[in-house]
Structure formats: structure tokens, C-alpha cells
Design a protein around this ligand. Structure first.
Ligand SMILES: NC(=O)c1ccc[n+]([C@@H]2O[C@H](COP(=O)([O-])OP(=O)(O)OC[C@H]3O[C@@H](n4cnc5c(N)ncnc54)[C@H](O)[C@@H]3O)[C@@H](O)[C@H]2O)c1
Length: 263
């Protein structure tokens, strides 16, 4: 599925995407590049094939570049954004996609596990948003910010669907994603005087060869009768980062096959 409405919308746009090396991030990256954008992938994991952002950039070439940066570290984030601005001059679209979880049960949660999830999902989203929105405000860029939430930021996970699959949906992930969804509302109002929009997209479970029993249980609870794919998210992502949504801010779009509409 390739949304057709956005053919010219992203041409020459500079997109900063965190977590672009992940299963969802790399699909997002490819779609923006195909649509004519330049994508800067800020991640701690190198994709299999990648280009580092060269010191002299030749405008007009849709491409993706990799910048090694840990979103939980202010120095990494600020250095990466300083480099992007020095070379590219601006950031039009920020997508905060980097995120992690843990799979141990609530009763066994350690301080380190708790902190690591909150650090990437909450502090990382905060740090990158602070640095990029600072640039947008300073330089008069009426940009767009898109955060990544989750179905589990709005609905309580039914632990029964996980069985003995070795996965579960932990409380700290739910807390972190609820926080991102509310941060989205806060920032949407905060940045509105500058013409900057902030929205959130919350995916449902993406199929990634999970245990068959879990997939069966998950699909049973999903009105559209299947797990999601990264491609399912592209229409919503393009909508929320284009002029098609110019009167939309502070919203959380659930792209989940109806999973959260109730049992
Ligand atoms: N996959 C799903 O079923 C699902 C469902 C709902 C929400 N989400 C959310 O979608 C987003 C992407 O998920 P995904 O499935 O592609 O995950 P993924 O694990 O495949 O990718 C996450 C990426 O984030 C990067 N990352 C982790 N810590 C980082 C850090 N400190 N600094 C910079 N980069 C870091 C990883 O290296 C990885 O490339 C996440 O925010 C996730 O919570 C995923």
C-alpha cells in the first residue's frame, strides 16, 4: 500500500527520524525517501547498509543518512542536531520513533529495567523534541513533530493473550507510552503559537514472527482480524506530517485494526 495523496508533499523535506534502524523505522525511512525527502536516521544501531551524513551535502537528492546518537544522552542529541543544522540548515519533520520494552513480569521489575524504558521512551522523546523544537522556534520553521505511542499507552494489556509465549506487555512500557501521549498534548499547545504541530501515532501489535498461540489470541481480539505491518502505519504517518492534517494537533491516532475499541 502506498498512499497516493502525498506525491509532492515531502519533496526536499528534511526528516529527522529516531529509531530508523528498527523494524518500523526502516520502513518509514524508505517511504519518505521514495516520496522525495531526505531522512536523517538517529539511532544507536547501524542499519546493514547506510551512508553517514557527509560534511558537504548536495541538496535535491532524496536519501537517508545515519547518525549514531543515543537519544537518552543530551550531549549525543545536541551534537547530532548541531551537525544536521550545520550541514542541512533545517529540520522540517521530527519523528520520535525510538522505543524499547522489557519482557520480565511486573513482580520481577528491576530499577535498571524500569529506568532504561523510561529513559529511551520518555526522556529520549523529551530531549530530541526540546532540541528540535528549539531550532524550529528560533529559525521560524513551522515544522511538524510526530511521537510514537502504543495501544498500551491508552488501554490496559490483557495478560492472558501472552500465555507462555515468553513475551508480555509490561507496566513500565504502558506508563512510558501514556506519558508520550500526554507529552504530545502538552507540546501541541506549547508550540502552537509558533505554528508547530505535534501529534502522536499509536500502533497496535506489529507481526514479527511471535509465538503462534500469542498471534492467534491477539488476532481474536482485533476487529480487522490480523496483526499490523509497518506499512499499515504509513498512511497515518504521512497524514500527520503533511498539510493534509494542517488543522490537527495534539492528537493520538490509533492504527491498530480496532484493537482498542473494546471487547
Ligand atoms: N512493534 C510493535 O508491535 C509496536 C507496537 C506499538 C508501538 N511500537 C512503537 O513503535 C516504535 C518502533 O518500534 P519497532 O517495533 O520498530 O522497534 P525496534 O526495536 O525494531 O526499533 C527500535 C529502534 O530504536 C533504536 N533505539 C533503542 N534505544 C535507542 C537509543 N537510546 N537511542 C537511539 N535509538 C535507540 C533501536 O536501535 C532500534 O533501531 C517504538 O517506539 C515502539 O514502542 C511498536
Amino acid at each position: 500500500m502506498k498512499p497516493k495523496l502525498f506525491s509532492e508533499e515531502f519533496k526536499d523535506k528534511i526528516v529527522l527520524l529516531t529509531g530508523g534502524s528498527g523494524q518500523i523505522g526502516c520502513v518509514i525511512m524508505n517511504h519518505y525517501v521514495e516520496a522525495g525527502a531526505v531522512v536523517l536516521n538517529m539511532d544507536i544501531t547501524q542499519p546493514i547498509s547506510f551512508l553517514e551524513l557527509p560534511e558537504s551535502y548536495c541538496a535535491g537528492k532524496p536519501e537517508s543518512y545515519f547518525l549514531m546518537a543515543d537519544v537518552t544522552k543530551r550531549t549525543d542529541v545536541e551534537a547530532a542536531i548541531e551537525k544536521i543544522l550545520r550541514i542541512m540548515g533545517r529540520i522540517d519533520i521530527l519523528i520520535n520513533c525510538a522505543g524499547i520494552s522489557v519482557f520480565t513480569p511486573f513482580e520481577k521489575r528491576t530499577d535498571d529495567e524500569f529506568q532504561s524504558v523510561m529513559d529511551v521512551n520518555v526522556k529520549g522523546t523529551f530531549l530530541v523534541t526540546q532540541a528540535v523544537s528549539g531550532h524550529m522556534v528560533r529559525d521560524g520553521i513551522k515544522g511538524v513533530i510526530l511521537n510514537f505511542g502504543s495501544i498500551y499507552g491508552v488501554s490496559a494489556a490483557d495478560q492472558r493473550i501472552y500465555g507462555d509465549s515468553g513475551r508480555n506487555s509490561p507496566e513500565v512500557y504502558a506508563m512510558s507510552k501514556a506519558s508520550v501521549i500526554h507529552f504530545t498534548r502538552y507540546m501541541a499547545r506549547y508550540l502552537s503559537p509558533h505554528g508547530i504541530r505535534v501529534n502522536c501515532l499509536s500502533p497496535g501489535g506489529i507481526f514479527a514472527n511471535q509465538a503462534p498461540a500469542f498471534v492467534r489470541n491477539y488476532v481474536y481480539k482485533t476487529p480487522l482480524n490480523r496483526m499490523g505491518t509497518p506499512e499499515d502505519l504509513i498512511g497515518g504517518i504521512f497524514f500527520l506530517t503533511s498539510s493534509m492534517s494542517e488543522y490537527v494537533t495534539g492528537q493520538n491516532l490509533l492504527v491498530d485494526g480496532g484493537f482498542t475499541i473494546g471487547d
